[in-house]
Each structure stands twice: as structure tokens, then as C-alpha cells.
Design a binder for this molecule. Structure first.
Ligand SMILES: [Zn+2]
Length: 203
């Protein structure tokens, strides 16, 4: 992270992710995870002062503790648990509360919301996401993500996003379940990670 990045935005995001992690993992487990990473766990209500390096260590610790699949599952659940915090913190700025957003027809609203979330991630994490459309799906492409060179961070980031997007779609559709999956991944040699979101809900 450089000084010119909007650090407020990112500190707030790290705080939200930490709250999400507190919801998903019990506090003893969270403490062990931070200990494994060698990162100081802030007390409840305290803010996290670490930087990108600490996030890297935590992503690696997640992998060490749970294995690749377990770490992915945990990242998805933390993403789901963090969505409400993201809307609370960035929602009015991002336009989730604007009348013109709320009055859009359902499909246009879903797409507009994906773009708002992409803008939030750019502000908070410096990760550029491109939102594009296919006839029956939206594609969420991590176009520029410097952390994604490291497959452990890449996996934590993309699975966190996957969980957050699932929760967003459930929230914006009144509780429906959508198929959201990673269809291309840098860790597998693809040029970018791509998350595919089916437009129609499963049920
Ligand atoms: Zn990926």
C-alpha cells in the first residue's frame, strides 16, 4: 500500500473483515490464527493497525490452519458475514441508499449494485474489478490485483469476494440463492480470476 491510496477507506475495510471473521470463527480460533500469522490481534472495539503485509501473513496462516479447501470455505463465510458491514460503512457513499438505485428494476439494480461494490473494492483495497455481462450471467473479473500474485492471498481475496457477492445477491433479491462461482483463476494459470454470477436465482 502506498501513501497516496485512500487509507481511511482501507482501514475501515480491514475493520469490517475483522468483524466478519469474529462472527465466523470463535474468538479462541481467531486468536490462534493471528498467533500462527505472528500478527497482533486487536481487542474488540480496537482498530487494526496492520498493513498489506499482515493481510498476507493472515492469508498464509488461514492456509496453514485449514488447508486449501478449508481456507477457501472460511474466506467465503467471512465474505458473507462482512457484507452487511460493507453496506453500513460504504453504502450511502456507494449509492446503495440512493432513491435512483432503489427504484431500478430488479435486474438493472443487481448490475448497478455489482458496479458499486467494484468501486468500493477499488477504493478500499486498490483492486480493480471489471463488471461485464453475458446473456445469462455477469462476470466479475479481478482485472488488476497486486496481491493476487501470491496464490494464498489470491485465493483468500477471490473467495472472500465470492461470499460477499452471494450475500449481496441474496440481500438485493429478498433472500434468493444465486449461483456464484469462480470460473477462471490466476492460481490455475488463467490471466485473471473471474467470478461468474448467474442472473437467474436457483429457486
Ligand atoms: Zn482466483
Amino acid at each position: 500500500m502506498t501513501e497516496s491510496e485512500p487509507s481511511n477507506c482501507s482501514a475501515q475495510m480491514i475493520q469490517i473483515v475483522l468483524e466478519g471473521a469474529r462472527e465466523v470463527l470463535d474468538s479462541a480460533e481467531l486468536a490462534v490464527l493471528f498467533e500462527t500469522a505472528g500478527v497482533q490481534l486487536p481487542g474488540a472495539g480496537q482498530s487494526f493497525n496492520g498493513g498489506a503485509g499482515d493481510v498476507r501473513l493472515l492469508a498464509a496462516a488461514l492456509d496453514t490452519r485449514y488447508g486449501v479447501l478449508g481456507a477457501r470455505g472460511a474466506a467465503v463465510r467471512v465474505g458473507q458475514a462482512s457484507f452487511q458491514g460493507v453496506v453500513r460503512a460504504f453504502g450511502s457513499e456507494g449509492g446503495f441508499e440512493a432513491e435512483e438505485y432503489r427504484l431500478l428494476p430488479v435486474r438493472k439494480r443487481a448490475r448497478a449494485g455489482l458496479e458499486k461494490l467494484a468501486a468500493i473494492f477499488y477504493c478500499a483495497c486498490g483492486i480493480k474489478v471489471a463488471v461485464t455481462a453475458e446473456p445469462d450471467a455477469w462476470l466479475w473479473t479481478l482485472a488488476d490485483c497486486e496481491y493476487c500474485q501470491d496464490p494464498r492471498i489470491e485465493s483468500a481475496v477471490s473467495h472472500f469476494m465470492l461470499g460477499l457477492l452471494r450475500e449481496y445477491l441474496a440481500w438485493s433479491s429478498g433472500g434468493k440463492v444465486f449461483q456464484v462461482e469462480e470460473t477462471a483463476c490466476r492460481a490455475n494459470g488463467d490471466p485473471n480470476c473471474v467470478i461468474r454470477i448467474q442472473r437467474l436465482p436457483l429457486d
